[in-house]
Design a protein around this ligand. Structure first.
Ligand SMILES: [Zn+2]
Length: 246
């Protein structure tokens, strides 16, 4: 269903993806969901008037299978180019079981501050690691598509240090998200939510409760994500809305 001008929210199971109108009959997705749920997503997209051949790009929020497991299936039916964070394709081999992306599926890799233009849209990648090393919030105007960074109820994404979660990164990413002054947050599970100080405080409290719990395996463990090198300036990637190979 269209939840804002040119933004559709599509849910199946507990997975939420978004479709964006890029103009000229071209659409972009933010995440694509798992392979298991993909047929239902396609049906739901069709009900919104969006068919695979009109999907020109997919913006990935992080490597988890419930966000990008259907990429291979989508690419078989659509000209979509996949844009993800550079760390999404450097997932350690022990994470492959939960990963839905690979180097072969990623057409463009971005880093913090990079911008991607497609049709009338311009999305900025904000690297906000913590839930995973590659977590990205995609900024479209004042709206942010945030994957599993936080949720309507102030929850935080599932944490496992063996799969790249990091409490310190997570804490600074939540604070950074607030500083970016989003208007609306569009998460990968549940309903959209307006950003507020209260939401930030809830998310930080939930993260702390997880980290401080007796016997918590996540406190002070894991490695912080590798940040952008300060000597490499952000880049702009321009994607055509033409839906055939060029
Ligand atoms: Zn996740």
């Amino acid at each position: 269903m269209e939840i804002a001008a040119g933004i559709w929210r599509v849910q199946s199971g507990n997975e939420v993806i978004y479709a964006l109108d890029c103009s000229e009959g071209c659409y972009a997705l933010v995440d694509v969901g798992s392979a298991r749920e993909f047929p239902k997503k396609l049906e739901a997209l069709k009900e919104c008037g969006i068919t695979p051949e009109h999907i020109g790009a997919v913006f990935i929020t992080h490597f988890h299978d419930d966000h990008c497991g259907a990429l291979a299936a989508l690419k078989e039916q659509s000209p979509a180019r996949v844009v993800c964070h550079r760390l999404s394709v450097q997932v350690p081999s022990y994470c492959i079981a939960v990963s839905g992306i690979s180097k072969a599926l990623a057409d463009y890799q971005v880093d913090d501050g990079d911008e991607v233009e497609i049709g009338k849209l311009s999305l900025i990648a904000h690297h906000l690691p913590g839930h995973t090393p590659d977590s990205v919030a995609w900024q479209l105007g004042q709206d942010f598509f945030i994957g599993d960074i936080t949720f309507e109820w102030g929850g935080v994404g599932w944490m496992d240090v063996h799969w790249g979660s990091h409490v310190g990164d997570y804490r600074s990413s939540l604070q950074q998200l607030f500083r970016l002054q989003p208007r609306m947050l569009y998460p990968g599970h549940g309903e959209p939510v307006a950003m507020s100080r209260e939401l930030l405080d809830k998310a930080l409290a939930n993260l702390n409760a997880l980290a401080e719990a007796d016997g918590s395996p996540i406190k002070d463990l894991g490695r912080p994500a590798v940040r952008r090198h300060s000597d490499t300036p952000p880049k702009t990637i321009r994607l055509s809305t033409a839906l055939r190979p060029q």
